[in-house]
Design a protein around this ligand. Structure first.
Ligand code: SF4
Length: 473
């Protein structure tokens, strides 16, 4: 067995973090073990993202540091995978010839083989596939061996790619068209995870609400008498029914595809967490149309109202882009109005930055000046924090169940857990609680980004065994 070690560094979203778990799992299945640091690793994998700002600067900055390391240890293998690799391809080797392997988003399952092939060949390998083969079950990262970041909670990919064409987003270009993972494969994986002690699963996809539409379409084309429809609500019910699963989360749903069936499943299945992340992006219909989002602010608020009517205690979070090309003061005022009306528990707010290859990046003449964006961003932050604080204060006095994550990073004598509403709660315990434990806490204080509480009782002990972390940035 090889004594080689690996280190995976992840950039970007949960989808990428999940891919990294699979890359780590594949390398371990090939006989490697995790290294303590980049410096000591035989194989360093940078799993890249091109959605966040300055993604390429960050990647090439890291590659610059690795160049010096590789000069000292020529046997070290440097591997670049993920979205930026899919987009830049051979361009990565042109800018960083010391890279050994480049693979894309459609062949994560080949990571360990490519590392071995490169070692045998002694020359760099670039392998980028144009798209995923629909019936290749390894196309779904969840179908591969994994080294999970935490042992009590797991991501489960239900869908890859995206059929939408949001003007600011590079995902369809680098992740390809939308393909749903077979229903039974998802449920089987959740059963396996539950048997390993996992109690919380997060279903992952770019547009989870449309999960299964392609599966029913394929069955209909094959002659079956089925209605073409998404199966996401059915999936929530099936996953919630798996023995041992106490919490089901999902990300991200697209507002235009949020259906009554999904809201009903959320409301009726107690395991499905009362948290909805519903990306607004803008409150201006003009900007939403330019973004190709497929809904108006009114439609968005109607769907949100329907969800809240079914689940009065629902926590709602969102994503908002400030300064999309052509956004006027009036457009931005409309965003502030919708944000105030929606009453979010929190929001990920971003100043628009162009992603090369997207439609919005071409609209250079309409870019909003940086100082205007900064001023709008600050005004938005104030409105979001006001609503978050109000919603958090409304929880003071309530008893909530948390899933313990471990000691607080700021103060290790304090325990941190997360409620089903995805809120961090800090509380003290007479003795340390193992991560993965469920406990109830009474909320005693609130801040815009967290709650403070006191332990009431432990409701369920952690059931898993060990953990080995995968580093993320
Ligand atoms: S729905 Fe829009 S923002 Fe989300 S992944 Fe698809 S194209 Fe990107």
């Amino acid at each position: 067995m090889s004594e080689k070690t690996y280190f995976v560094r992840t950039f970007g979203c949960q989808m990428n973090e999940h891919d990294s778990e699979r890359i780590a799992g594949l390398l371990e299945a090939d006989g490697m073990r995790p290294a303590d640091s980049v410096e000591s690793a035989d194989v360093v994998v940078l799993n890249t993202c091109c959605i966040r700002e300055n993604a390429d600067n960050k990647l090439y900055g890291h590659l610059g540091q690795l160049k010096a390391l590789k000069a000292r240890r020529p046997d070290m293998q440097i591997v670049v995978g993920g979205c930026l690799a899919q987009k830049d391809r051979e361009g990565i080797l042109e800018r960083a010839p010391h890279v050994d392997v480049v693979f894309g988003t459609h062949n994560v399952g080949r990571a360990a083989e490519l590392v071995a092939e490169q070692r045998a060949a002694g020359r760099s390998i670039v392998e980028i596939l144009e798209e995923t083969v629909a019936d290749d079950h390894e196309a779904f990262p969840s179908a591969l061996p994994a080294r999970r970041e935490v042992p009590y909670a797991a991501w489960v990919t239900i869908q890859i790619g995206c059929d939408n064409n949001c003007a600011f987003c590079i995902v369809p270009a680098v992740r390809g068209r939308e393909i749903s993972r077979p229903f039974d494969d998802v449920v089987d994986e959740v059963r396996t995870l539950a048997a390993e002690g996992v109690t919380e699963v997060t279903l992952l996809g770019q547009n989870v609400n449309s999960y299964g539409r392609d599966l029913t379409l394929a069955r209909r084309r094959a002659g079956e008498d089925v209605r073409v429809r998404p199966l996401f609500a059915d999936l929530l019910r099936a996953v919630g029914a798996v023995d041992g699963i106490r919490r089901v989360r999902f990300t991200s749903p697209h507002p235009k595809d949020l259906r009554p069936e999904t809201i009903a499943a959320m409301a009726e299945v107690p395991e499905v967490c009362r948290h909805l992340h519903l990306p607004l992006q803008s409150g201006s219909d003009r900007v939403l149309a330019a973004m190709h989002r497929g809904y108006t602010a009114e439609r968005y608020l109607e769907r949100l109202a329907a969800a809240r009517a079914a689940m009065p205690d629902l926590a709602v979070t969102t994503d908002i882009i400030v300064g999309f090309p052509g956004e006027t003061d009036d457009d931005f005022e409309r965003t502030l109005e919708v944000v105030a009306e929606a009453g979010y528990d929190s929001a990920y707010t971003f100043i628009f930055s162009p992603r090369p290859g997207t439609e919005a990046a071409e609209r250079v003449d309409e870019f909003v000046p940086a100082e205007v964006c900064r001023e709008r961003f600050e005004r938005l932050r104030v409105v979001v924090e006001r609503s978050a604080l109000a919603r958090h204060r409304a929880r003071i006095g309530q008893v909530e169940e948390v899933l313990v994550e471990g000691p607080s990073r700021k103060d290790p004598s304090v325990t941190t857990g997360r409620t089903e509403h995805n809120k961090l709660v800090h509380f003290r315990t007479p003795e340390r609680l193992r991560p993965g434990t469920y406990a109830t806490v009474r909320v005693t204080d609130a801040a815009p980004h967290h709650l403070v509480g006191e332990l009431v009782e432990v409701t369920a002990p952690a059931r898993h065994r060990t953990r080995i972390p995968v580093a993320a940035v």
